[in-house]
Structures are given as structure tokens and as C-alpha cells.
Design a protein around this ligand. Structure first.
Ligand code: AMP
Ligand code: MG
Length: 333
């Protein structure tokens, strides 16, 4: 199948995108939220681009568990959080409950212990149990303006901060009346409006088995988030075993999913980001069941068995890259 893909990964991304679009955008690339972010705005709008970049830097300052306001709150155990932190704490509690704890914002201590992508430490069972002991959302208390973190619980927004930032950027795009845009926050993509030729955007989906620039297919979309999670993003190998950065909150161990990637397509960045992580932890069967019982998002589930499950709402918009050798099934409600 011959299609024009827009590969949403730098640096090929910009070149291909521009070639497909005809008009010159305002473009920015920045490193923030622990990742490479890129912004393309049509028609050109420097003021909106400045505002969006400033907003992303400010959100990073507030939400990072390493050097942001969250890390200070984690240390002190108590304080008055910023507006975005408070909003995200409340939303995270909601999403944690919705996913039965598969998405958990209180795994800070467990994540620090393993430090995957950093020191890559394999802890003892005892260390894991001690780190897990405080990892309960009941230990996160919001009273008025005050946030209290009881029993040493530590917040980590790694699985939702970029999605939340996407929501804030989406709002900025509306405020600045940007007609059409492509925002990529480390592979979390938001596409607004249409291309200059009137077609929907074509968002490339990375193949977890390939390198950064290899994609398994693409989806045609407007005004949607496309948010991915997978063990391929960050992991380490020891004695032939791969330890991924996504943690099973029940065991405190890196998750051993039957999936290699989850992709969530939806209107809500925070929801999409929390779900991409949670559904990876749940695995294919529970993820499909979750989709059947909940509305507002569509899924592309990439199995380690080389089977890709598409949910009914996204299947007609998806074009496979036949060279990657996957087989497909579609799930309906
Ligand atoms: P994502 O790339 O959105 O799937 O988020 C993964 C990141 O979120 C990890 O690098 C951790 O910082 C954090 N994390 C890992 N496991 C979980 C989990 N089960 N729930 C919430 N956050 C997690
Ligand atoms: Mg996520």
C-alpha cells in the first residue's frame, strides 16, 4: 500500500510534514517534560507559539517529580500546591479509581527504587514491599488549598503529565484561535484541524519492534490526541530479562504485559495518557473489556504475539504498513 505518512518523530517528522502541507507553519522544538517537544502552527502565529512554549516550561517546573514543585511536596509531605498540581492530583485520583489502580499516581517511592533508565537497580522483595507500603491514593489528601501526603507517599505524574500538558496546550490553541496544529510532546501527539489541502492529519504509529523511525501504520485524524505507552520507551536488560519502566502497582515489579504497546485515541489528553499506561498494565484481554465498559476513547493494542487489536471506532481510520508483518483483528462493543 502506498501512502504518504507523516512521521511524528523528529527530525524526519518536520521535513515530511512540511513537504505534505504546502504552507509554512510557525515551528518550535524544545526539550522539556523530560522529552523532545515540537510545535507546528498553521497559519503562522509566533505569539501563540511563545505562549505554548512558556506554558510547557512552567508545567515542567511544577509537575516534575525530580526537580519540580512536586519533588518539594514529596519531600515535605505537606504544602499548598500550584493550580495545575492540584487539578492533576484530583484528576489522577479519579483515573486511578477508574482503572482499578492500574494507573497509580502514588508510585513515586517504587519508581525511585528501580530508577529504570537511571541506575537500573533490581531491588530485593523486602525493599519493594517497603516502597509499596505507602503507595495508596488514600494517603493523598486534598483539603481546601492544602495537599497532604501521608505515611511518606510520593506522587509521580510520569504517566499523565504530558497528557495533561496536551490538554493545556489544546486550550491555548483555542484561545489563540489557531486553525490547525500538530503538537508532539515526546510522542504524545495532538492534531488540530485539517491540513492545508483539506485532508485530515495522518499520524504515524511507531512500531515497538522497530527503531524510532519505523511505524506500523497510520491513522487519519483531526482534533484528537494519539497517546502511546510501551516497554520499548525505557527499559533495561539483566540476565536476559527485560525490565520496563511501567510498574505493576499490585506487585511493585516492572510490568510483564502481553502487549508491547498501547495507543489511545481520544479528545482528552489526561485520560489518554493515564489509560495508555493503565491498559498496558492490564494486558490485552482486560484492556478490551475496559474499552467495552467505558466510552470516550479508541485503542490500538500491539501484542507481543504480533497481533494488533483495533477497536471499532478507529479501524476505518487506520492504514497498516504491510511491511511490518502484523496480523489484525477488530473489536466491537
Ligand atoms: P507512560 O510513558 O505514560 O506510560 O508513563 C510511564 C511513566 O509513568 C514511568 O516512567 C513512571 O514514571 C510512571 N509509572 C510507571 N508505572 C506506572 C503506573 N502503573 N501508574 C502510573 N504511573 C506509572
Ligand atoms: Mg501514560
Amino acid at each position: 500500500m502506498k501512502r504518504r505518512y507523516i512521521l511524528l518523530i523528529l527530525p524526519v517528522f518536520l521535513t515530511m510534514l512540511l513537504a505534505s502541507c504546502g504552507k509554512e507553519p510557525t515551528e518550535r522544538q524544545l526539550y522539556t517534560m523530560d522529552t523532545v517537544c515540537s510545535i507546528l502552527l498553521y497559519p503562522q502565529n509566533e505569539v501563540a507559539a511563545d505562549d505554548i512554549c512558556d506554558t510547557l516550561y512552567a508545567l515542567d517546573n511544577e509537575l516534575s517529580a525530580y526537580d519540580g514543585d512536586i519533588s518539594a511536596l514529596n519531600e515535605k509531605g505537606k504544602g499548598v500546591p500550584g493550580e495545575d498540581t492540584k487539578r492533576l492530583v484530583l484528576r489522577s485520583i479519579e483515573l486511578s479509581q477508574m482503572t482499578g489502580g492500574a494507573f497509580s499516581p502514588c508510585l513515586g517511592t517504587v519508581i525511585e527504587l528501580w530508577d529504570i533508565g537511571g541506575r537500573n537497580y533490581i531491588p530485593t522483595e523486602d525493599e519493594i514491599q517497603r516502597a509499596l507500603a505507602s503507595a495508596s491514593i488514600e494517603n493523598i489528601i486534598v483539603t481546601g488549598d492544602m495537599l497532604e501526603l501521608k505515611n511518606g507517599v510520593k506522587i509521580n505524574f510520569g504517566a499523565i503529565a504530558k497528557g495533561y500538558a496536551g490538554d493545556v496546550v489544546k486550550q491555548k490553541l483555542d484561545e489563540h484561535k489557531v486553525e490547525s496544529a500538530v503538537i508532539s510532546l515526546g510522542g504524545n501527539v495532538y492534531v488540530k484541524g485539517k491540513r492545508s489541502d483539506g485532508e485530515a492529519w495522518n499520524v504515524g504509529i511507531r512500531d515497538p519492534k522497530g527503531s524510532e523511525n519505523e511505524w506500523l501504520g497510520s491513522v487519519e485524524l483531526s482534533d484528537k490526541f494519539v497517546i502511546s505507552s510501551g516497554s520499548y520507551e525505557r527499559n533495561f536488560e539483566d540476565n536476559g530479562k527485560v525490565y520496563s519502566h511501567i510498574i505493576d502497582a499490585e506487585t511493585g515489579m516492572p510490568c510483564e504485559s502481553d502487549l508491547s504497546a498501547t495507543v489511545v485515541i481520544c479528545d482528552d489528553g489526561s485520560l489518554g495518557d493515564a489509560l495508555s499506561t493503565a491498559l498496558f498494565v492490564m494486558g490485552r484481554e482486560r484492556a478490551i473489556e475496559f474499552w467495552k465498559n467505558n466510552g470516550g476513547f479508541e485503542l490500538i493494542l500491539v501484542g507481543k504475539d504480533d497481533k494488533i487489536t483495533l477497536t471499532a471506532g478507529i479501524a476505518p481510520l487506520f492504514s497498516p504498513n504491510d511491511e511490518r508483518g502484523y496480523v489484525y483483528e477488530t473489536e466491537s462493543r
